[in-house]
Structure formats: C-alpha cells, structure tokens
Design a protein around this ligand. Structure first.
Ligand SMILES: [Zn+2]
Ligand SMILES: [Zn+2]
Length: 293
C-alpha cells in the first residue's frame, strides 16, 4: 500500500489496477482513506434535512433508481457478468455508462468479482459470503478492502478488448460526477441530494442485499452447493434479482424468475428491448433445469 497520501488520493480518480497495493496488504482490512468518497456519499444524504422534500424530488430519486437498477441488473449482471444475451457494441457501451453512473464502479470490476462469486459461492474464497465473513463484511465490508479494489482482468478477458470499457473502468468516478453535475444544473442542490446521493445510496444497499440477504433469507427450490435463496420481497426491490437460488442453479439464463408467477421486471424489460431489436439471443432456462426441483 502506498505511504504517501497524495499517491493514494490518486486512486479516487484513476483506479489503474490499484497497482500501489502490495500482496501483503491483501487481507481482510478496511482502507479508510481510500473509501472517504464512499463515506461522503452517505453523509451527503443528510442534505435532505437542508433541502427538504417534495413529491417531485422523490420522483426524481425513484426514476434514477429504476433506470440505474435496470442498468445494473440487466447489463452489469446479466450481460457483462453472465452474457445471457447479445447486443451491439454501441448498446453495450451506453448501458455500461448508465451502469457506471450508479457509483458501483466499472462494468469490468463488477463482472470480474461477480464471476468469482459464482465460482466460489459460500466458500472461504467467496469474498462476500455472509456464512464465511459475517453479515456486514458480506454486505459492505468487502468493498472497503484493498484486496478487492483492483479489477482482475483475467476474469473478464472477453470484454477487456474494448478500450471504451477499460476507460470507464479505470476512471470510474467520471460518469457519476457528470450525473451529479447534470442534476445540479437542472435543479440545484435539491436535485443533487435526492437524484444523486439519496438515489445512489439506496440503490447501492439494495444491490448489496443480494450478496448479503439473498444468501440468508428465503427459500431454496434447488439444492445448489451454496446458500442462495429465493425471496419475493428482494425480487421486487431489485427488479428480479431476488430469485437468487434460481440464478445460482442456472446463472446463464436471461431470466431469474423461472416461472410466470416469479416477478422479474428486468426480464420483462429485456424482452421488450429484444422485441425492439436493441438486444438479441436471450438465453432461456433449459427444460431439464425447470424440472429439476
Ligand atoms: Zn449469490
Ligand atoms: Zn450472477
């Protein structure tokens, strides 16, 4: 780990593989300096005490939540992590930008960690297993650890050939910053606080709940080798990702609600996008998997 604060300051803006972090620092610790921006993002939510609230502001926050939740579930997860459908380079880029505006770092970082999660689910190599590392570490702690800051490009070699994706991943604060700037120029501090900070923090914790709660609470239709669960409440909040036991059973499918009664908003939007010709080749759940309950 670099000793100079100035050098570490650079990591806030340029994440070039966090090369200053040395192997001996790759342990279960929190780098408080590195996560100051992340902490400030939470503190800024208190701005609602100052700017107040209105239905308009709540609507702005909700719309940005919905749009970006879809970018995370539909693209960061089902496309970049699992390649469960195909699309053009332009659409891939546009949704990478939208996903990056969620302040959950770049698509390559996100997908690389998630692919490892599926490979090592609920073993000691799963960096966010609540069964091995406790609830809080699984929910949020793992993100604060130097060992998890770098992007392991070997996990996402199918996407590293796109320089535009590597750029978003390297300078992962640019797009969130631009979103904040746009909101501020439209509606001043009230839009910035509600549309950016509140919306992003809520979106962040609900996304993380799939790592924490979805491996703890709910039912298991399939006996997978992990503790993944199906949970209707989380599926509604996360636009379909709460059908997590289904997902661990067959991660390659574009749908996670395997049956018509399992509400999966992300899948409905993906179907619409495929109907419009924007994406294609949505991978289905094989019949043998559906019958394997
Ligand atoms: Zn999982
Ligand atoms: Zn997954």
């Amino acid at each position: 780990m670099p000793n100079l604060p100035l050098e570490k300051l650079g990591y806030w803006f340029d994440t070039t593989n966090h090369s200053g972090y040395l192997e001996q620092d790759r342990i279960k610790v929190t780098d408080w300096f590195r996560i100051i921006p992340f902490i400030l993002m939470h503190v800024m939510c208190l701005g609602i005490l100052w700017v107040g609230w209105s239905w308009e502001l709540v609507t702005v926050a909700f719309l940005l939540y919905a749009l970006r939740m879809f970018a995370i579930t539909g693209f960061y997860h089902r496309y970049f992590s699992h390649r469960s459908f195909k699309t053009s380079r332009l659409v891939q880029f546009l949704f990478a930008v939208l996903g990056a505006s969620s302040v959950q770092r770049g698509p390559l970082w996100w997908a690389a960690h998630h692919r490892k999660h599926h490979r090592h689910s609920d073993t000691d190599k799963d960096v966010h297993s609540p069964h091995h590392h406790g609830f809080w570490w699984a929910h949020i702690g793992w993100i604060t650890s130097p060992s998890n800051f770098p992007t392991d490009y070997s996990q996402v070699s199918d996407f590293t050939k796109y320089p535009e994706l590597r750029f978003i991943d390297r300078f992962d604060t640019i797009i969130p910053f631009l979103l904040g700037l746009i909101l501020f120029s439209i509606g001043g501090f009230p839009y910035l606080i509600w549309g950016f900070f509140v919306s992003s923090v809520v979106l962040f914790h609900i996304t993380c709940s799939i790592n924490s709660f979805s491996h703890l609470w709910g039912t298991q239709r399939y006996s997978t080798s992990d503790q993944s669960r199906n949970n209707l409440f989380l599926a509604l909040l996360t636009f379909g990702e709460g059908w997590h036991n289904n997902h661990h059973k067959y991660p390659g499918a574009s749908r996670q609600g395997f049956f018509w009664w399992e509400i999966d908003l992300t899948y409905y939007v993906l179907k619409l996008l495929s109907f419009l010709g924007i994406i294609r080749d949505l991978r289905p759940v094989p019949q043998r998997v559906l019958e394997d309950c």
